[in-house]
Design a protein around this ligand. Structure first.
Ligand code: ADP
Length: 452
């Protein structure tokens, strides 16, 4: 087992990884930007190194600086967390070249799944159904209009290198196609330095269902069930639950078997998530994330498996400590993403936290590095806390979510707490009847009602 791990990340996920390391008796090196000197994961780490100024490009994305810190501190492994360098194959390669372990899959698998076009081709080869669309990247000189006609409107233009909902544009009808292509390409170029795009049928009422898998280096692959992440705004997840209110245990088993077979065939190692759109009883692959997901805690709550600890174990070359038949799904879990944003306008709201009181009690978990007096820097992702609640049934879980959301006090900045309080009472959410478009429609309706 590793003696010392460097966490190449910040915020709640850095803290989450630090907690797993502590419990495993592994020493932790935190790296941070100059804007994060007071961050909780830095305070709690055994050692910390400032790797650059606030700008991510010069700190959390600065591979040389991170590797130097790792060398100086003599770490055995680097955990990339989520975002930043977690899906950067070149970084994974460099870590290994420096004689350390990258806590994640092989660079080849990261590369294969990092390009969404090759990921879709691979999924098809592995026997996983995909969203109907273009065979590969769209040729700017090709007959894109005819292709869109064949696929059928509305169509979605997506960036090959996409992530975080960026570089995605819908064309409802032929007249909108050129504009959608132009915007998607421009955004893709700006965000990912790659303007390659592809086309998919834009599904009208799917749910976002993703399967968690974990694999060791000995060919053992286990799925840990699905998460329903359909409550989204601008293709970004806001509220997640496990299990999905729309999936029966038979469907779960069927999808799980398909996914496990595919991941075995791929020879994959580490944690991974296969994302699907689920509409009218059919699953369509959209992408695979070759890393930990922000919403992993809800899977932990219903399986009793510490995913981060298990991820570290398989990276250290240990076999999985459980088999598929050992995995039991019990109860229900919901995660509310608390972003430092205005709950109505969604404008980011960095600043100083004045009062901070977290909810507690049975079945309540808060993954957050916040504390009273903490200054949220304006440079990073707005996610400041995850409220995770567990209940024996979905109904109990929802009641607990309402109770915990009302206990949670954060002042000094705006947060999404008021939005979550409303969502937890909303009729369709209570019934579990929502698709990926539901939240945006509900928000639009709310604005109209308030204006009237
Ligand atoms: P990213 O990597 O940017 O997150 P994804 O491919 O995972 O992009 O898609 C993010 C979200 O966008 C999905 O969860 C879904 O809500 C929406 N989406 C993606 N593809 C489609 C599609 N073909 N039809 C309708 N919605 C889609």
């Amino acid at each position: 087992m590793f003696q010392k791990i460097l966490i190449a990340n910040r915020g709640e996920i850095a803290l989450r990884i630090l907690r797993a390391c502590r419990e495993m008796g592994i020493r932790v090196v935190a790296v941070h930007s100059s804007a994060d000197s007071d961050a909780m994961h830095v305070r709690l780490a055994d050692e910390s190194v400032c790797i650059g100024p606030a700008l991510s490009r010069e700190s959390y994305l600065n591979m040389q600086a991170i590797l130097s810190a790792a060398d100086v501190c003599g770490v055995d492994a680097i955990h990339p967390g989520v975002g930043f360098l977690s899906e950067n194959a070149a970084f994974a390669e460099m870590v290994e070249e420096h004689g350390m372990t990258f806590i994640g899959p092989t660079p080849e698998h990261i590369r294969l799944m990092g390009d969404k076009i090759t990921a879709k081709v691979t999924a098809l080869e592995l026997g996983i159904p995909v969203v109907p669309g273009s065979d590969g990247a769209l040729d700017p000189e090709g007959d894109i209009d005819s292709l869109a006609d064949r696929i059928g409107y509305p169509v979605l233009i997506k960036a090959a290198a996409g992530g975080g909902g960026k570089g995605m544009k819908v064309a409802q009808r032929a007249a909108e196609l050129d504009e959608a292509l132009r915007i998607a390409r421009t955004e893709a170029k700006a965000c990912f330095g790659n303007d390659e795009v592809y086309m998919e049928k834009y599904l009208g009422h799917p749910r976002h269902i993703e399967m968690q898998v974990i694999a060791d280096s000995y060919g053992n692959v286990v799925h840990l069930g699905e998460r329903d992440c359909s409550l989204q705004r601008r293709h970004q997840k806001i509220w997640e639950e496990a299990p999905s209110p729309a999936i029966s245990s038979e469907v779960r088993k069927k999808l799980g078997d398909v996914v496990v077979k595919a991941i075995k065939k791929l020879g994959y190692r580490g944690v991974g998530t296969i994302e699907f759109l689920y509409e009218d009883g059919e699953f369509y692959f959209i992408e695979m994330n070759t890393r930990l997901q922000v919403e992993h805690p809800i899977t932990e709550m219903i399986t009793g498996i510490d995913l981060v600890a298990e991820q570290i174990r398989v990276a250290a070359g240990l076999p999985l400590s459980f088999r598929q038949s050992d995995v039991r799904f019990k109860g229900h879990a919901i995660e509310c993403r608390i972003n430092a944003e205005d709950a109505e306008t969604f404008m980011p709201s960095p600043g100083t936290i004045q009062d901070y009181l977290t909810p507690g009690g049975y079945g309540v978990r808060v993954d957050s590095p916040m504390y009273q007096g903490y200054q949220i820097p304006p440079h990073y992702d707005s996610l400041i806390a995850k409220l995770i609640v567990y209940g024996d049934t979905r109904e109990e879980c929802l009641k607990r979510a309402r109770r915990a959301l009302h206990e949670y006090v954060i002042t000094g900045i705006n947060t999404l707490l008021p939005l979550h309080r409303e969502l937890a009472e909303a009729g369709d959410v209570v019934k579990g009847e929502y698709d990926i478009h539901w939240l945006e429609k509900w928000l639009a309706l709310k604005v109209m009602k308030e204006a009237a």
